[in-house]
Design a protein around this ligand. Structure first.
Ligand code: CO
Length: 198
C-alpha cells in the first residue's frame, strides 16, 4: 500500500545524495537548527518548504491553529528541547490567513474535542471584541483574528519560564510573529518580535 509514496521517497533520497553525497550521513550525526517553527497543521502551510530550508535546518511544532498553550505538555516539551538543548536563536509563531481552526473557534458550531482545543481563540475574540466587530467584512475580521491569535501565542512563548531562563543566562533568543498568506505564498511579519532586552 501507498507504493507511490515509497517510490517518491526513494527518488527523493536518491536526488539528495546525487547533489550532496554526504547529506544523510552528516544529518544522522547531529541536528543543529537555528529556528523553531510553531505553525498550523494545515497541509497548505508546509514549514520547511515555505522558507526554503533543508532537513536539519528547522525544528517544527505544528497543531491546529498554531497555539502555544502554557499547559500543553507536547508544545512545552518541544519548546524546552528547542531552547535548552538545541539552543535555537529564533522562534517563529506562524499563523495563516484562512485558518479553518481560527474560523471554527468562533462560528458557534459544536465539533467535539477540538472546541476545547480552540477555546483560547474564543478568549482572544472576546478580549478584542470591539476592534473585531468594527470590521464589517467577515473575512477581513477573521484575518485580523488570525493575526491577534499569533500575537497572543508570541506572548505565551515569550512569557514562558524556559524562555526567561534562557534570557537570564544570556542566550540570544528572539520570538517572532508571522502570518502566511495562502493566496500568494508570502509571509507577513507582524513586527511583534520579543528578545532578551524586551
Ligand atoms: Co490553520
Amino acid at each position: 500500500m501507498l507504493d507511490h509514496l515509497k517510490e517518491n521517497n526513494r527518488a527523493w533520497a536518491a536526488r539528495r545524495i546525487a547533489g550532496d553525497a554526504d547529506f544523510f550521513s552528516r544529518l544522522a550525526r547531529q541536528q543543529a537548527p537555528e529556528y523553531l517553527w510553531i505553525g498550523c497543521s494545515d497541509s497548505r502551510v508546509p514549514a520547511n518548504e515555505i522558507v526554503d530550508l533543508n532537513p536539519g535546518e528547522l525544528f517544527v511544532h505544528r497543531n491546529v491553529a498554531n497555539l502555544a498553550p502554557p499547559q500543553d505538555a507536547n508544545y512545552l516539551s518541544v519548546l524546552q528541547f528547542a531552547v535548552d538543548v538545541i539552543r535555537v536563536k529564533h522562534i517563529m509563531v506562524v499563523g495563516h490567513y484562512g485558518c479553518g481552526g481560527v474560523a471554527a473557534a468562533v462560528d458557534g458550531q459544536r465539533r467535539g474535542l477540538v472546541d476545547h482545543w480552540l477555546h483560547p481563540i474564543r478568549e482572544i475574540w472576546h478580549d478584542n471584541r470591539d476592534e473585531l466587530m468594527a470590521i464589517a467584512d467577515e473575512r477581513a475580521r477573521l484575518e485580523r483574528l488570525c493575526e491577534l491569535n499569533v500575537l497572543r501565542q508570541v506572548r505565551n512563548v515569550a512569557s514562558d519560564v524556559f524562555v526567561h531562563e534562557a534570557w537570564a543566562r544570556g542566550q540570544q533568543l528572539h520570538v517572532h510573529g508571522w502570518v502566511y498568506s495562502l493566496a500568494n505564498g508570502l509571509i507577513k511579519d507582524l513586527n511583534a518580535t520579543v528578545g532578551p532586552a524586551d
